[in-house]
Design a protein around this ligand. Structure first.
Ligand code: PRP
Ligand code: ZN
Length: 301
């Protein structure tokens, strides 16, 4: 379909729910200033030609595929379900996953009532499984040659066994609290999921493509920054190799002389992995002192 405001990149985001706050915050960290239109569906980017469409997460893949939006942030669970549906219907998906993000972690799992006698996937043959993810579930059953009845429910899937509508369920699990509250136990995981950036497969206008490339680079920079730490410490010059080996994911540290201390040096390094207390304790063991660990706000490789 034609895009009336083709010079603005339209990004679909979850309006409220598990991804909503993190999605908006990520775009703000990428430098986007938003003027929120609290009641409205469309929020306007003030300093970049971007419009945010605040919608139900389940609608995001379709909005991107059918041309109403160019880009979306959505759970892989929903992106993959829509992709399975399209494949089952012999259609092309219309969008692709560009970048897995660092929030919205959950899993799509099969679960059963605690007292149920069955326990394996094979045991589900001939049983009824309630889910809001019929295509993903069917694909998994098909791949494993299990023939079960898939009962489609749009919500409150966890109530289905108690209501006698199903023998088992296939639903999202994050903390596991919903399962526990309904006396259900997890059997196995079908899909590990987190938020992901998706884009329309069709080419966008040149300016939107350029903006998307920039945005993608910035997002990668934010993600890298979030998992990176800047470490500064003093160390004995003759134990530098050991210090270097202890710094997680650091490439070439900067080594600086310390005034009046020929035996010791200052070491500065970007660590691209988590820095645990154990690492700092090990650094002290090899003679490091004055250890500082700082967050990295942005990182452009
Ligand atoms: C999911 C799922 C469960 C709950 C599990 O729903 O359907 O109800 O989260 O989370 P827990 O393991 O932390 O208890 P969600 O809130 O994502 O709503 P939606 O699927 O309708 O968007
Ligand atoms: Zn939803």
């Amino acid at each position: 379909m034609s895009n009336p405001s083709s010079e603005r990149l339209r990004i679909a985001l979850q309006k409220s729910g598990r991804l909503a706050d993190n999605s908006r915050e990520l775009l703000q960290r990428c430098g986007l200033r938003i003027s929120p239109n609290r009641e409205g569906l469309v929020w306007t980017g003030e300093n970049l030609p971007i419009d945010l469409m605040l919608v139900r997460d389940d609608d995001i893949p379709t909005l991107v595929a059918d041309g109403h939006c160019d880009v979306g942030i959505v759970g892989q669970n929903i992106a993959r379900e829509a992709a399975c549906e399209a494949r089952d219907a012999g259609d092309s998906t219309g969008y692709e996953e560009l970048l897995p993000l660092d929030f919205g972690y959950c899993r799509l799992s099969l679960a059963k009532p605690r007292e149920a006698a069955f326990s394996t996937l094979a045991d589900l043959a001939g049983k009824r499984i309630a889910t809001s993810y019929p295509a993903s579930l069917q694909a998994h059953l098909r791949d494993n040659d299990v023939d079960a009845d898939v009962v489609l429910l749009s919500g409150s899937v966890e109530l289905a066994p108690r209501l006698g509508k199903a023998d088992a369920i296939c639903d999202l699990v994050s903390t596991g609290a919903t399962l526990a509250a309904n006396d259900l136990v997890e059997m196995l995981t079908i899909l590990e999921s987190r938020a992901t950036l998706i884009r329309a497969t069709r080419p966008l206008s040149d300016s939107s493509e350029a903006l998307l490339t920039r945005l993608l680079k910035r997002m990668q920079g934010v993600l890298r920054g979030r998992e990176s730490r800047y470490i500064m410490l003093h160390a004995p010059r003759d134990r530098l190799a050991e210090v270097h080996d202890l710094l997680p994911g650091a490439e070439a540290p900067t080594v600086l002389t310390l005034d009046g201390r020929p035996d010791r040096v200052a070491v500065h390094a970007v660590c691209n992995e988590q820095v645990f207390w154990e690492t700092l304790e090990a650094l002290k063991e090899v003679g490091a002192s004055a250890i500082l660990v700082l967050p990295v706000e942005k990182m452009l490789a």
